[in-house]
Write a new protein. Structure first.
Length: 291
């Protein structure tokens, strides 16, 4: 069973707002065969690349199977953990339909560049200058969309800005749900946050079709399971291993409204589990995806 993580041992404890389940990396003996990439289906439009191009240090992509899963919260927590481990990180907002990562992190009033300022930033973008002009959330540089100046970023500007930002420090990308409709974004690992209900699982199944067939993918489940879906059932239905579970933390909205941003020891533990999977993917371990 892909991603069998002991979900059947769940306990209803009101004092526990987040729990962590992990699974060992898939082995050759247990791995399901991956589908052959359908190049013809992807040549016509933008796609999510399977691995970072030369020059980028590491890239983690996070998206939700549907809205309200906590994907942006998880992306922010992963960026903070990476910054502590690697000495720096850039958290990049690629969902122009969201409220802005600067708002989530409580830095919306900080001066600094947003995507609206970088729509024409193509060519040899000066990395040091770019880093210096981004607002900071703790040790994390944040490149966010601007809620007052919405709009998409040109693919050329996106590529060149990411190449400059990711040359020396890791990138964490908060991706939109419909990745295929956006410019190409290279990632080492894509984490898909999936609610534990039938609609969430169906949305995750659809989301896999929007990802490049060779992309390394892991699932993180979120929220309650009104029908009793376990992590093993979700993993089998979607065809991708479950890495961890992210429970709704009732303290997070208060922290965000106070301007602190996503934080907490259990959220940090989940982020560390994701970083472990990122390291495994960068060493060449590929996540199982069913046909």
């Amino acid at each position: 069973m892909a991603g069998s993580v002991g979900g059947d041992q769940e306990r209803d404890d009101p004092e526990v707002t987040m729990a962590l389940w992990t699974v060992p990396p898939a082995t050759e003996a247990t791995a399901r065969p991956w589908p052959a990439p359908d190049d013809d289906a992807w040549d016509a439009g933008p796609r999510l690349a399977a691995a970072s191009p030369p020059g980028l240090r590491s890239v983690l992509g996070v998206s939700g199977a549907r809205g309200g899963t906590g994907a942006s919260t998880l992306a922010a927590a992963c960026a903070r953990a990476l910054a502590r481990r690697e000495g720096g990180c850039v958290l990049v907002d690629l969902d122009e339909d969201g409220g802005g990562l600067d708002v989530l992190c409580g830095i919306e009033d900080q001066p600094g560049l947003r995507w609206a300022d970088l729509r024409d930033a193509t060519g040899d973008v000066p990395a040091a200058e770019l880093h210096a002009l981004l607002p900071l959330w703790g040790d994390v540089h944040v490149l966010s969309h601007d809620r007052a100046r919405p709009g998409e970023v040109a693919p050329a500007a996106l590529h060149d800005v990411l190449a400059a930002l990711g040359a020396d420090v890791p990138l964490v990308l908060d991706l939109p749900r419909h990745v295929r409709s956006r410019p190409p974004v290279p990632v080492d690992l894509h984490v898909l946050v999936v609610p534990r209900d039938l609609q969430g699982v169906a949305a995750a199944q659809r989301s896999l079709h929007d990802l490049h067939p060779a992309a390394a993918v892991r699932l993180v489940t979120s929220g309650p399971a009104p029908g009793g879906l376990t992590e093993g059932v979700v993993a089998d239905a979607v065809g991708v291993d479950v890495l961890a579970r992210l429970h709704t933390d009732r303290t997070l909205p208060r922290a965000v409204e106070r301007g602190v941003g996503p934080c907490g020891p259990r959220l940090h533990r989940t982020a560390l589990a994701v970083l472990g999977a990122l390291q495994h993917a960068m060493r060449g371990g590929r996540t199982v995806r069913a046909r």
